[in-house]
Design a protein around this ligand. Structure first.
Ligand SMILES: [Zn+2]
Length: 486
């Protein structure tokens, strides 16, 4: 029976945030080894869950090694990166000899010390396992794939949906491919093609055009004889690194030329559609006006500039202040504000409270409706596949304008309605829901939303790349340099 290791290191790093990501951000969110890794992830609708299930299906001896992730945030501190890399390598060393390694990476991980933190992690893993061991790597659709990642892995397999609903499937794919490799049925060779183009986050909804068109092409290329796997990384525009942008990966059975042809076909096809992956979103004022007039509610106002899943602070009040300014009633907003939570805890449930929260600061006067431990579990297929969540001690305030203001102690990306329902909130009864994300929250909110509006809000995850002070990206890159050619 083949001994196959399972490991993960996942973080989406936003270079435009000054606050660096600490070891505690990982250890408090999820950091598991050995049997604990299995119990944390076995049933999760996540690639690690898929890898575990697939490994069982393939009859591997499962060797759970080390897996950690943190909520998207700023670049990882140098010392934190060293510590995680060392811990992972130590556990891996202890687990040797292995027949193969299944590894979940993000692909948009940036450490202060290593802009290509995923490629560097693979280099360190190769130092332990050697150049020959099959290492099958899964990556997020928002990956910025480096040449090193492609060279140091046996095969790269990416998510195909945004919101990410196929994570467990891709983990299963990785385990099944490992089975075929270990039985000698395939000899993977892979090609990476990186045309000079950026796809804005707002255009990365895979169920809608233009993204749906290129994923249709992906399915066609994947069905070519001799192609083992193909993937599209749409890129994460908020990592300021050389490889930021869109990438196309193809894995063929022993045929380098075929892999290259498949990757180039996908890249050339997407390049022709490049104009459609760029563009502007509606303003704060017009979006809130639309929510005020809407006949069918709730209207989900997506706060694109304060996208928690893209690393933002989860505290922007821009949309809330506009709701107040236009006298829109019955809205909901979730803000991360631990100090505000303390004030509510001090006041106690049913009592009046006045608290100044968020950025820019806004004074909220109301009544404390709920205080909650902030733990909730998602059992449906939802973006991220995290299943168990902790938003920290949480307070719900009802205001005189019938707004519901939720204050959390930890940043929580809005990937699950349980975030609200666990607090006794009925989101379907609200007029406007301010949701801090772009595409990912759709999976959770589609069952209740009458309408989604992606709003051009300011912040660290602003959609328009023109507003971002890049220093390390490739040049030329479309759309910032329209003359870019491929
Ligand atoms: Zn993603």
């Amino acid at each position: 029976m083949a001994r196959v290791g399972i490991a993960g290191f996942l973080h989406e790093s936003n270079s435009f945030l000054r606050q660096q990501t600490s070891y505690e951000a990982f250890s408090q969110t999820s950091l598991t080894r050995g049997d604990e890794l299995v119990s944390r992830w076995r049933t999760a609708l996540h690639e690690l869950g898929g890898m575990l299930a697939g490994a069982e299906e393939e009859g591997f001896e499962i060797v759970p090694i080390y897996a950690t992730f943190a909520v998207p945030s700023g670049p990882i501190e140098a010392a934190t990166y060293e510590r995680i890399a060392m811990e992972l390598a130590d556990e891996l060393q202890r687990a040797m000899p292995l027949g193969g390694l299944l590894l979940a990476l993000h692909g948009a991980t940036v450490a202060v010390s290593y802009p290509d933190a995923d490629g560097e992690m693979l280099r360190r893993i190769r130092e332990v396992v050697g150049p020959e061991l099959p290492v099958v790597v899964t990556f997020d659709l928002h990956a910025n794939i480096s040449r090193e990642m492609a060279e140091r892995s046996t095969a790269l397999i990416g998510y195909q949906t945004n919101p990410h609903l196929d994570q467990r499937e891709r983990g299963l794919d990785a385990a099944r491919l490992m089975g075929r490799i270990l039985r000698g049925e395939v000899r993977p060779v892979q090609a990476l093609e990186s045309p000079p183009m950026l796809m804005q986050n707002s255009r990365q909804h895979t169920a809608a055009e233009p993204a749906s068109i290129i994923f249709e092409k992906l399915r066609e290329v994947t069905s070519w004889p001799g192609i083992v796997s193909a993937s599209i990384a749409m890129g994460f525009p908020h990592s300021d690194v050389n490889e930021m942008g869109a990438h196309f990966v193809a894995v063929a059975d022993g045929d380098d030329e075929l892999a290259r042809k498949a990757a180039r076909t996908l890249a050339a096809f997407s390049w022709e559609l490049r104009d459609r992956f760029a563009g502007n979103l509606p303003s704060v004022e017009s979006s809130v006006a639309q929510a005020r007039r809407a006949e069918r509610t709730p209207v989900v106002l997506l706060d694109v500039g304060d996208n928690v899943g893209g690393g933002s602070a989860a505290n922007s009040t821009v949309l809330y202040q506009e709701l107040l300014r236009q006298d829109v009633r019955n809205g909901l907003i979730v803000l991360c504000d631990p100090a505000g939570v303390d004030v509510c805890v001090w006041a106690g449930v049913r009592n009046a409270v006045t608290v100044t929260v968020g950025d820019p600061p806004v004074t909220v006067t109301g009544r404390v409706r709920t205080l909650h431990d902030g733990m909730f579990e998602e059992t449906q297929v939802r973006h991220g596949g995290w299943s168990k969540n902790d938003q920290g001690i949480t307070a719900v305030i009802e205001t005189a304008e019938q707004h519901t203001v939720v204050l959390t102690s930890r940043r929580m990306a809005p990937f699950s309605l349980e975030q609200l329902m666990s607090l006794g909130i009925h989101p379907e009864r609200k007029r406007a829901l301010v949701v801090k994300g772009v595409i990912a929250p759709r999976a959770a909110y589609e069952p209740v939303a009458a309408e989604f509006i992606l709003v051009d809000t300011p912040g660290a995850t602003t959609d328009n790349p023109i507003h971002l002070p890049y220093r390390h990206r490739r040049k030329p890159l479309f759309p910032m340099e329209p003359e870019a050619s491929y």
